[in-house]
Design a protein around this ligand. Sequence first.
Ligand code: NDP
Ligand code: HSE
Length: 428
Amino acid sequence: MTATLKVALLGCGTVGGEVARYLDTHADDLAARIGARVELAGIAVRRADLPRPGVPEHLITTDAHELALRPDVDVVIELIGGVDTAGELIRTAFSHGASVVSANKALIAAQGTSLHEAAAAAGADLYYEAAVAGAIPLLRPLCESLAADRITRVFGVVNGTTNFILDKMEVLGACYQEALKEAIQLGYAEADPTADVEGHDAAAKAAILAGIAFTTRVRIEDVHREGITAITSADITAAKALGYSVKFLAVCDRGADDRSVRVRVHPAMIPAGHPLASVRGANNAVLVEADAAGQLMFYGPGAGGAPTSSAVLGDLVAVGRNKLAGVTGFGSANYAGLVLRPMAEVSTRCYVRLEVTDAPDVLASVATVLARHGVPIETSGRSGCSLALVTHQATDGALAAAVAELRGLDHVHEVASLIRIEGTDPAP
Ligand code: NDP
Ligand code: HSE
């Protein structure tokens, strides 16, 4: 085989290190699958002197820009993360016609539209399967296999770190900080783990997923975001007692009017028997509902160097084949122009825990406030000064207004928990 595919690797950390090693150990198979031998042109890092076992030392450089600019490079793999520098490097790659593979959801959510335009103008590919749900083939199935279907809902666990933490808290009774520390050590977390636990990472993934699923532009600012930092062991115990599991979900729905979409990420209680309740460790699972296909579930490792490298390398094979054939693959399609609806209009059931005065008429006054805002109580339970409620379906706007009023009641010391309940009713 004489053809070669010259590849520049930007970033050699958790994911990039695995990619570099795999390119070496699986070179013959990759060549056979692409139709050209992959030749690494260089590997850009920040700290040249860091030991990187199994990574060819002579290829290391600290000049990522020079590497992305090299005219003989066919494909640039961007695995440095962050938005500004990574975006500039990708545009540099397009400037000489190189295709790009990335795992960078923060960047794609922020600049996906303009990057796709730059790729199209350059006649190059921009693939980022690894940006959402790690190893799980999800974006390509949405873009290609389901291209003719009408998707109504995409719903699931899309952040490995937070699932790992919640799972450890639920199954082993681990404490939040310990579980987070372990997730960082295992390479699941972002460079700044705030992105995971405050939901920025999941919000970026939800924006990408909703954009593809509903062929409409979804900006990260359009995504309602709440992280998991307010979830306590007491919430997890309460959920268990009610037959639920606490999961950190991304929910993207097409509105019943077919002209709108709602996109949100937040913790939620889901029934213990629901398929998403059994997602363990750093795995992800995404349910896709489509008119003709019905409900599909995508499940597997959602984070970690080796699993993510599988998706990156799959993209490399795809864009490499396209290069050799002189074609480009799928780009972005956001022709639908759906309207993004606010969280206040989303309707869910909800678990609410209040710390209250130990007085007999507290439940009645709480129920009166909730009823006035159109939030009926389904069940309630009292344990000392803790009053736990499950509400019927109500809009988030109504719930927020009711909670604001509850906070002002003399008998209510604290609204200690407010966790939406999902997976029990059809999407409104
Ligand atoms: P790491 O922090 O482990 O690695 C980042 C790499 O980029 C390091 O090698 C670093 O160099 C290098 N780097 C950073 N800035 C520069 C720069 N300006 N110039 C040259 N090199 C630079 O990150 P991950 O491997 O975990 O993540 C990479 C990307 O993959 C991110 O976009 C992340 O969101 C995404 N991703 C990560 C997953 C995971 O499970 N970890 C899963 C899915 C996606 P040095 O080594 O010298 O510090
Ligand atoms: N930090 C991310 C997660 C990596 O935990 O899901 C995979 O995108």
